[in-house]
Ligand binder design. Structure first.
Ligand code: NAD
Length: 265
């Protein structure tokens, strides 16, 4: 049974069936927070994840499979979290997708989908949880943006636009809550080896005409990430735990880089 400083708090982590969101769920649960998981995946795998969290930390862990590209499902997810756990104290907007294509070929429907999941869902979860956080006198909103919230790369028009939007939204909410016990911040990962990035690696290997996966990874890190090492999901989870702490109560409207030096260049 976890007895950390988040014991009794309830966290909704979107896109937490995989990658960074799953690691954030682990780290928050390890500090005692109850968790609402969300995201796609095989139902048996998701149930295994849920049971592992319950078993490891003794917290309540629930799952809701809302598709965050749809406003009505975002609303259903927040309503579920509130009705099952009573309130949402910690909101982590992590769900996100990527699509790589030159802008003139970028499918408009994919643009709409990336913007809906990566940006609009963040607006909806915030507007639906913030009033209760203010009333209860505690709240932590953490938006998983990206180094691509500050700088661009080619062929990622929708993703880069959405992540820049997330950082703008984070600043607005950070200001609007500045005199309250609620904080709103973004975290900005560089490359993290998750399924989202593995797909990009696989595509580059397929298009490279014979390069190995190791060579492509070396090239990707070499292009962007001075550390030449992936950021880990656990490191990002621990950054989120810090942002939930009292020590971070005056971190407001920030976008915190964890990018192996990507944005220092
Ligand atoms: P991932 O693909 O491992 O996980 C994405 C999660 O979002 C999964 O749980 C997936 O099921 C969920 N998801 C996808 N579409 C959804 C939808 N319509 N509704 C609900 N859930 C949905 O990816 P990840 O790398 O862990 O990415 C997590 C976040 O981190 C994203 O916002 C991503 O942009 C950001 N990020 C990732 C990296 C990286 O290098 N991996 C770098 C910077 C930022």
């Amino acid at each position: 049974m976890a007895t950390g400083f988040l014991t009794g708090k309830n966290a909704l982590v979107t896109g937490s069936t995989s990658g960074i969101g799953l690691a954030i769920a682990h780290e928050l649960a390890a500090e005692g927070a109850n968790i609402v998981l969300n995201g796609f995946g095989d139902p048996a795998d998701i149930e295994k994840i849920r049971q592992e969290l319950v078993g490891a930390y003794g917290v309540s862990v629930l799952y809701h499979g809302a598709d965050l590209s749809l406003q009505s499902e975002v609303e259903a997810l927040v309503a579920f979290a509130k009705s099952e756990l009573g309130c949402v104290d910690i909101l982590v907007n992590n769900a996100g997708i990527q699509h790589v294509s030159p802008v003139e070929d970028f499918p408009p429907q994919t643009w709409d989908k990336v913007l809906a999941i990566n940006l609009s869902s963040v607006f909806h979860t915030i507007r639906l949880t913030l009033p209760d956080m203010k009333q209860r006198g505690f709240g932590r909103i953490i938006n998983v943006a990206s180094a691509h919230g500050h700088v661009a790369s080619t062929y990622k028009a929708a993703y880069v636009a959405a992540k820049h939007g997330v950082i703008g939204l984070t600043k607005v909410v950070g200001l609007e809550t500045a005199t309250t016990p609620v904080t709103c911040n973004a975290v900005c990962p560089g490359w993290v080896l998750t399924p989202l990035v593995q797909k990009q690696i696989d595509d580059r290997v397929a298009q490279s005409g014979g390069k190995t996966e190791a060579e492509i990874i070396e090239q990707m890190l070499g292009e962007k990430q001075p550390s030449k090492a992936f950021v880990t999901t656990e490191q990002l989870g621990k950054l989120c735990v810090f942002l939930c702490s009292d020590a971070a109560s005056q971190v407001r409207g920030a976008s915190w880089n964890m990018d192996g030096g990507w944005l220092a260049q």
